[in-house]
Design a protein around this ligand. Structure first.
Ligand code: 0R9
Length: 641
């Protein structure tokens, strides 16, 4: 990138720091932990700009013992001369005058972006202490502020260093009277530092936590940048072509870059886009350009090579992004962010740039790599066929106005009550337990669906296959909500969905398969707290005329403790659900007055998703390792969230 000579007169004096302290939200969004961490990124952004200008290769972020943060870069150092307009040093000007900085003068070139890009002076205004050190021209300078940006030591020379040793080091302590919390979270800083390293290739970012013994430290540096980001995201997946496809281009100072790789999965939502290192959640012109070009190029290729024979047949945007992991990164000197959360790029000229860079590069890739091209187009063709089949299958499961008993092949034994808030459905492992449950239930409110053996693992099957599975179709129809775009929680026919499986390995496997199904197809039902696991007892203790069922060893021992000495008792270890008779099953597991249910929660969807992919996905090794590491966790998968 071209170097821009810094012109001190570019700095415009706009407002005082007092305004920032009065309304911090206007400058950093919030004063909660998010705002607190935002301070770090405002400072780091300045170092990243220096890196993008080609002068900085290493940024160090340190959380100090007193919860202050130090950010250090090895760039040119902030200019130290006297600023023409303010008559004070440029360093002090940058830190005390709101909106000071190259960007606002128009002459500078600033592409990295914080929330509002107002930088150093805002951090100073919201800090109880800021120390800035600059190494430039063989000298070390220092400048200090306290109490929301009041200068306590104007810039002065404090020593000398090697002429080649240059850089800026800033330490700030957030003002406790402004922020709800002053405690920096290492994990938050680690995740974003890693992301910034992926998005800015070859930039080294070191994060250190000095609050703990021994100190924590992570260093991130990716020579391949977003190429390595894609590899990282596909780590637990199975790529279907070896190399990550990488395309880039530049026009009028706008840089545009894409990395992509298809995997064998069926996700269609792994396209992530960034503008000036900020995630554009809601897409925008850069994403639109790529999506449009991707669909067009794959269709053209398929048609030219005789893969799409029918004139009217074509692949949709969804077909071509199935299993696609993609990072789009755009660096723009003047980005226009739109939408409620400013998560959408609005600059219209970027759509054309994105389209042309992507289509030229991707078309060339397909021509030069016919084997990969075939794999990629085949994948989209299969997705397209699956989409058509799924549509048909979905129509089959769409609930008719009244429950169509024929649909169930006689398997569901429904309850008489029609008010969903009073109804329960038991998903029961095996026909024999199913039989006992049917006899032992309260037929007014309890419906029984016996499941034959293991249900299909939906993590490994595409929608059409899942929907052609009898067991799954029956479940979908019984629930009444529909799936996918048609899902409607208000149509749920049962207030409680109760998974009733044995307390052994097979039982927990079926439970995991059912949870995977719920997680993928019926997540809102889990989120709304409708899903439960029945807890069949492990022991029966008989004494006199009393029969007591307990769930586990601890409960058994605790109960025995309560019996008077010399009491004669008999303990039986309960066998599987299938071996209980209907009275027993009702008494121990189904009767609303006696049973114990465990609510299945999804506390953290993202983590649960990862856990499910690991346990249920393609790769054997991560699954083996995960189960080994989390044997306990997997047994209790229904409580992970
Ligand atoms: C540790 C955090 N780092 C910084 O805040 C930081 C700001 C900065 C910088 C320049 C170099 N390194 C920096 N680190 C810089 C920029 C320019 C010329 N020389 C040095 C330029 O933009 O042309 N500056 C960021 C703003 C300013 N300097 C300026 F406004 F003071 F010029």
């Amino acid at each position: 990138m071209e170097q821009n000579k810094y012109d001190a007169s570019d700095i415009q004096v706009l407002e005082g720091l007092e305004a920032v302290r009065k309304r911090p939200g206007m400058y950093i969004g919030t004063t909660d932990v998010k705002g607190l961490h935002h301070l770090v990124w405002e400072i780091v952004d300045n170092s990243i700009d220096e890196a993008l200008a080609g002068f900085c290769s290493h940024i160090e972020i340190t959380i100090n013992k007193d919860n202050s943060v130090t950010v250090q870069d090895n760039g040119r150092g902030i200019p130290v001369g006297i600023h023409a307009k303010t008559g004070i040093s440029t360093v002090e000007t940058v830190y005390t005058v709101l909106h000071a900085g190259g960007k606002f003068g128009g002459g500078g070139y600033k592409v990295s972006g914080g929330l509002h890009g107002v930088g150093a002076s805002v951090v100073n205004a919201l800090s109880s202490r800021v120390d800035v050190q600059v190494k430039r021209d063989g000298k070390i300078y220092e400048c200090k502020f306290e109490n929301g940006g009041k200068t306590v030591q104007p810039l002065k020379e404090i020593g000398t260093c090697d002429v080649n040793d240059t850089g800026t080091k800033v330490t700030f302590k957030p003002d406790a009277t402004i922020f709800d919390s002053e405690i920096f979270d290492y994990e938050t800083l680690r995740v974003r530092s890693r992301e910034l390293a992926f998005l800015n290739k070859e930039l080294r970012i070191t994060l250190t936590d000095d609050r703990v013994e021994p100190q924590k430290q992570d260093t991130f540096m990716y020579e391949g940048g977003i190429i390595e980001y894609v590899k990282y995201l596909n780590k637990n997946k199975t790529p279907i072509h070896e190399n990550v496809i990488h395309l880039e281009g530049e026009e009028d100072g706008v840089m545009f870059e894409v990395a992509m790789q298809y995997n064998s999965g069926y996700n269609t939502d792994s396209i992530y886009s960034f503008v000036n290192n900020i995630n554009t959640h809601d897409g925008g012109t850069h994403e639109e350009g790529v999506r449009r070009a991707l669909t067009r190029i794959i269709n053209n290729y398929a048609r030219k090579n005789g893969m799409l024979k029918d004139k009217d047949e074509s692949l949709t945007g969804d077909d071509v992004k199935e299993g696609l992991t993609m990072i789009i990164s755009c660096k723009h000197p003047n980005p226009q962010f739109e939408g409620q959360t400013k998560g959408r790029l609005g600059n219209s000229e970027v759509r054309k740039l994105a389209d042309s860079v992507f289509s030229e590069g991707f078309e060339r890739f397909l021509l030069e790599n016919p084997d990969e091209a075939k794999i990629i187009v085949d994948k989209a063709m299969t997705a397209s066929r699956a989409r058509v089949a799924a549509k048909k299958a979905r129509e089959l499961t769409r609930r008719k106005s009244d429950l169509d008993v024929v649909n169930f092949g006689g398997k569901l034994v429904d309850c008489k009550e029609k008010d969903p808030s009073l109804c329960e459905i038991f998903l029961v492992e095996g026909d024999s337990a199913g039989g006992s449950a049917i006899k032992g239930r309260n037929s007014m409110t309890q419906a029984i669906l016996p499941l034959k053996g293991k249900i299909l693992n939906v993590e490994k099957a595409r929608l059409d296959k899942a929907l052609s599975n009898d067991e799954i179709r029956t479940i979908i129809t019984a629930f009444g909500t529909g799936i996918g775009n048609e899902f409607d929680l208000s149509k749920l026919r049962y207030d409680k969905i109760i998974i009733m499986t044995d307390a052994d390995v097979d039982g927990s496997h079926i439970r995991v398969l059912l949870l995977t199904l719920f997680y993928r197809f019926f997540r809102p039902i889990v989120e709304a707290g409708h899903v439960y696991a029945a807890q069949p007892p492990l022991f029966r203790i008989c004494h006199g005329k009393t029969r007591k069922y307990v769930l586990n060893e601890e409960e058994r021992d605790a109960y025995l403790e309560t019996l008077p000495e010399n009491t004669r008792y008999e303990i039986a270890r309960m066998k599987g659900l299938g071996e209980m008779d209907d009275d027993e099953l009702n008494e121990t597991t189904m009767d609303i007055n006696q049973r114990v249910l465990r609510k299945i929660t999804v506390q953290d969807l993202v983590e649960a998703d990862a856990a499910f992919s690991k346990i249920m996905g393609d790769e054997v090794e991560p699954r083996r390792k995960f189960i080994e590491d989390n044997a306990q966790y997997v047994e209790n998968l229904d409580t992970i969230g």
